[in-house]
Design a protein around this ligand. Sequence first.
Ligand SMILES: [Mg+2]
Length: 362
Amino acid sequence: MRITHVECHLIKVPGAEPPFVWRDGLPGSSPDTEGAVLRVCTDEGPEGVAFAPRHGRIAQEVVDRVLRPELTGADPLRREWLWHRVWELDRVEELPLYLLGLADVALWDLAAKAAGLPLWQLLGGYCTSIPAQASTVTFPTVEEYLDVADQVRELGYTSIKLHAWGDWRRDAELCLKLREHVGDGFPLAYDGSAGFDLPDAIRLGKALSEADYLWYEEPMREFSVTAYQLLAQKVDVPLLVAETSDGAHMNSADFIAAGAATAGVRTSSELRGGITGAMRTAHLADAFRLRAEVHGPIIPHRHLCMAIPNNTYYESLIPANPARREDCLDAAGLLHAPTEPGIGLPPGLDYPAALREHAPTG
Ligand SMILES: [Mg+2]
């Protein structure tokens, strides 16, 4: 089988309604924007697609100039070879992290469609359902977080992760009050979205240890492995690290070797170089008996959640108050394994005719 042509389609992606915010200093939800779909076609019929939810024009430029020449004429089933080629090209290109895996996702989609299997089964198939973790955006007051916590528990969610303000004193107070509110034993986690330096990350980490949080995620930018190593030596709460750093499993390995990944590492197709990079990262962590928690609620990640044994939750965003349960979850807050062959594109977007056979139905 050979790749005959490669297309990149710009897709309108509506902004969140209502818009939401993250911690102080970060931009909030995107306004209406453009994403892109990469479509890989072959001489024998099977096709693969991959969706980039934003930066569509950047994706298009990278496809036109870098990926199309590399993919055209190649065997689409040599994903491993093509994955290494992307890293080789990255040496000169310094590709955006979120595009390192775009071709890989399309090639896995193609292979899964050719096999007539949903991706998670082609990856080995570990489980058929998994609990969702309610992952909040940033709300204005402690009271509103407690109200949202009550709502998501009512909706079936069995764990909550906070994104808060990025002020260590306020965030520590929120984390302690939420623990008091939900009681001992309910799984809580905290995500700092890289809002702190080391001294403040230590101060906040002590509160999270006291409140028995399941994990403390990305309190600092993930450039200095040493800063995370020092943090791990100072706080008891387990650290979940290496979500956004470059270098896929090769970088995650350094966090683990430094003793900084005391809960484990983040993995994703989005920031770890596609499905191939996400699975490598998961297996690396598994070898050290660590978690590889799947980051973010995108469709390829629903497959990863069913294929990675050392993952606990599907991260389900709660973007507004009143809270809503994501449509893909059942009343018990469980995500069930996808059933259609391939990976799948997100529903509700306006796809061009060329992508009709890949667009979700219903
Ligand atoms: Mg995160």
